[in-house]
Design a protein around this ligand. Structure first.
Ligand SMILES: *Cc1c(COP(=O)(O)O)cnc(C)c1O
Length: 397
């Protein structure tokens, strides 16, 4: 390569990131994903995976992946509409539809793709998308690819949403789209109020339920089940990469015509490979576990309650919310990363989050509780947080 300028340019950019404490280095895990994992040759307890029910390496799911590999092969080397649709994909789509009580489902290889391929086929410049200010990057990117008019409402602010619905009243279709669970704060969108506004202003409601599917609600149907509005949500996107086994895959579920149109027009579906058979097969097994998983969900709730009470009792400030995401608020970015480092020495694996992932001055450690954590692991985490909190002088008196 003769032109060195781009390398020189990127080297400067990277050292700038490093000097601002924003460079992301990856810790290497040498074990399967679980409540306890191997990091840097030692065992630590993991509190930062999206493995809410502990299914990422559940023996039944691993066995199903093996069986899927044997029965249906490794790869399809095709997109769905050419020769990449197996009976397996149709079965999984039908099972997902039934689970959410929707008419049809389309699989993608990730929820990033589901969101990336959702808006552009459905909406044109005649239409409006009303999007929560804190929506996930994949929603923002999907919206960018679409020509509809964009209305961004303040996070979970129903008065602002209503005002913007009024501003969008001249458009043909209005679609309100929101994260169901916001991953940094652990709060759930006010879906009941959103559905009321949608009725009043004749809007379509879509949600991304990645951080809710499988573990929230009595049946594991996510944020919309918690809010009691599952049947009023027109479109749900979600992932097979979090609670649902933690492998990969995503989907959009909703009205038959919407899904049919997406199969014909959604670019990440038309121009990208099928979900590999072992993953699709294992996803069916994971869904069996989710459908019969009331006890796991209760365990997750009990663990979350215990962890929240322990940390609040010790004097930490944790954002309120009904999910297993516990944001331990610290404010200062350097403090958050120092605290995460000190906790790792205690055998607790957590990550500090700071700007631009969260607003300036709201650095935090985001703890994610799992049903797979034992009582002893939760107690060890509370004791370690308390010790490090004392040492760093950050506990409320
Ligand atoms: C994780 C996540 C995604 C991306 O899901 P993948 O299947 O990993 O691509 C999309 N939206 C939200 C809200 C998420 O949390």
């Amino acid at each position: 390569m003769s032109d060195q300028r781009i390398s020189d340019y990127l080297r400067t950019q990277i050292s700038d990131l490093k000097s601002r404490g924003l460079y992301k280095s990856e810790r290497t895990i040498t074990s399967p994903q679980h409540a306890a994992i191997q990091v840097n040759g030692r065992e630590v307890i993991n509190f930062c995976a999206n493995n809410y029910l502990g299914l990422a390496n559940h023996p039944q799911v691993v066995a199903a992946a093996h069986e899927g590999l044997e029965k249906h092969g490794f790869g399809l080397a095709s997109v769905r509409f050419i020769c990449g649709t197996q009976d397996l994909h149709k079965t999984l789509e039908a099972r997902i539809s039934r689970f959410f009580g929707k008419e049809d489902t389309i699989l993608y290889t990730s929820c990033f793709d589901a969101n990336g391929g959702l808006f552009e086929p459905l909406l044109t410049e005649e239409d409006a998308i009303l999007s929560d200010a804190l929506n996930h990057a994949s929603i923002i990117d999907g919206v960018r690819l679409c020509k509809a008019k964009r209305f961004r409402y303040a996070h979970n602010d129903m008065a602002d949403l209503e005002k913007q619905l009024q501003d969008a009243s001249g458009c043909r279709f209005r679609m309100i789209f929101t994260d169901s669970v916001f991953s940094m704060d652990g709060d759930i969108a006010n879906l009941a109020a959103i559905c009321e506004l949608a009725d009043k202003y004749d809007a379509i409601v879509g949600i991304d339920d990645c951080h809710g599917t499988g573990h929230l609600g009595d049946g594991g149907r996510g944020g919309a089940e918690v809010a009691g509005v599952l049947d009023r949500i027109d479109i749900i996107t979600s992932t097979l990469g979090k609670t649902w086994g933690g492998g990969s895959g995503g989907f959009t579920t909703g009205r038959a015509e919407v899904i049919d149109w997406l199969r014909n027009r959604s670019r990440p579906y038309l121009f990208s490979n099928s979900v590999p058979p072992p993953l699709a097969y294992a996803a069916l097994s994971t869904l069996d576990l989710i459908e019969s998983g009331q006890a796991m969900r209760q365990r997750l709730q009990a663990n979350t309650k215990r962890m929240r009470a322990g940390l609040e009792g010790a004097g930490f400030t944790i954002k309120p919310g009904p999910t297993p995401i516990l944001p331990v608020m610290l404010g200062d970015a350097a403090l958050a990363s120092k605290m995460a480092d000190r906790l790792l020495e205690h055998g607790i694996y957590v990550i500090g989050f700071s700007y631009p992932v969260v607003p300036q001055g709201q650095a935090r450690i985001r703890l994610q509780v799992s049903a797979a954590h034992s009582d002893a692991q939760i107690e060890h985490a509370i004791a370690s947080f308390t010790a490090v909190g004392q040492e760093l002088g950050i506990l409320r008196q």
